[in-house]
Write a protein of this length. Structure first.
Length: 168
């Protein structure tokens, strides 16, 4: 009677060992497809950064429950991101406290990372408050965005890269 649980355990272990290469092969195909998609989006310079959490310079991380994003195209960047932190000067006549703007005059540079992924540096010439954005993108699409402002403390966002939504 005591042998049956042991035999069952040995049988389950051997089945797991046999199935392990098939599972890892399927996962590696899925990962390589994701890397290819992210690479295509980055090289085309047409993607959207979706923010999931925000970390102000002098506060703790907050999870975002609404959709906030940064849309990047070759000719235009649209930012719709929240801001939590300290402002050194408040905009007059504006009730908007977020990082909301559209820019058509900017410098965009991409650097490949040594272990895979990209560093994207964007310097704005026509945005009033935002001086620079640094986007660190990993092969799997996860990303970190740091916003450097003229009149506010720096802030960073964690999220992921996705293809831009097509308008219907």
């Amino acid at each position: 009677m005591k042998r049956y649980p042991f035999l069952l355990l040995v049988l389950l272990g051997s089945v797991a060992i046999v199935l392990m290469p098939a599972i890892s092969s399927a996962q590696s195909k899925k990962d390589s497809a994701k890397i290819a998609m992210v690479t295509a989006l980055i090289t085309a310079q047409h993607y959207t950064f979706k923010a999931q959490s925000v970390t102000p310079l002098s506060a703790r991380m907050r999870q975002l429950t609404s959709d906030y994003d940064l849309q990047i195209a070759k000719d235009k960047i649209v930012s719709q991101l929240p801001y939590f932190g300290r402002a050194y000067s408040a905009p007059i006549g504006s009730s908007d406290a977020g990082i909301d703007f559209t820019s058509k005059d900017f410098e965009y540079s991409i650097t490949n990372k040594k272990k895979g992924g990209w560093d994207v540096n964007i310097k704005f010439k026509d945005a009033r408050d935002v001086k620079q954005m640094q986007l660190s993108i990993f092969n799997n699409g996860s990303s970190t965005l740091q916003v450097i402002s003229n009149n506010r403390q720096s802030i960073s966002y964690n999220g992921y890269i996705t293809a831009p939504e097509t308008k219907k």
